[in-house]
Design a protein around this ligand. Structure first.
Ligand SMILES: [Zn+2]
Length: 121
């Protein structure tokens, strides 16, 4: 790995550097979802397998809301439109959001402090 060059941008170019697109996620995290209308985190297995080589449903994430640590498979997954929203089963915090569209997938994991991924070997 090499660090990105500090001189990548032309010194004569006074335009601000391009900002990443904000993504397709709605700003409001607290979109109301009806109780009982969710699947468990195993519903994320297929969509996440498009992005990651390992099965993340067994990985353990720590919720930023209540600090509980548990497998992704335990999350309550709502969706599919406008994307999958996975909430902590203990406090309801949005842990993960996944939107798939066109040639890209958007993954928002702001509700996780960390993710422990078991690796073979
Ligand atoms: Zn929580």
């Amino acid at each position: 790995m090499t660090k990105p060059s500090q001189h990548a941008q032309d010194a004569h170019d006074t335009r601000p550097p391009p900002r990443p697109a904000p993504g397709p996620f709605p700003d409001e995290l607290d979109v109301p979802y009806l109780d009982g209308e969710y699947e468990d985190g195993n519903a994320l297995a297929g969509p996440l397998s498009e992005i990651f080589a390992v099965d993340l449903t067994a990985a353990e994430g720590r919720c930023t809301g209540c600090g509980t640590t548990g497998p992704i498979a335990r999350l309550h997954v709502y969706g599919p439109a406008p994307g999958l929203v996975a909430r902590c089963p203990d406090c309801g915090q949005v842990v993960l959001r996944l939107v798939r569209g066109g040639d890209a997938a958007w993954l928002d994991v702001r509700g996780m402090v960390s993710l422990r991924i078991r690796i073979e070997g």
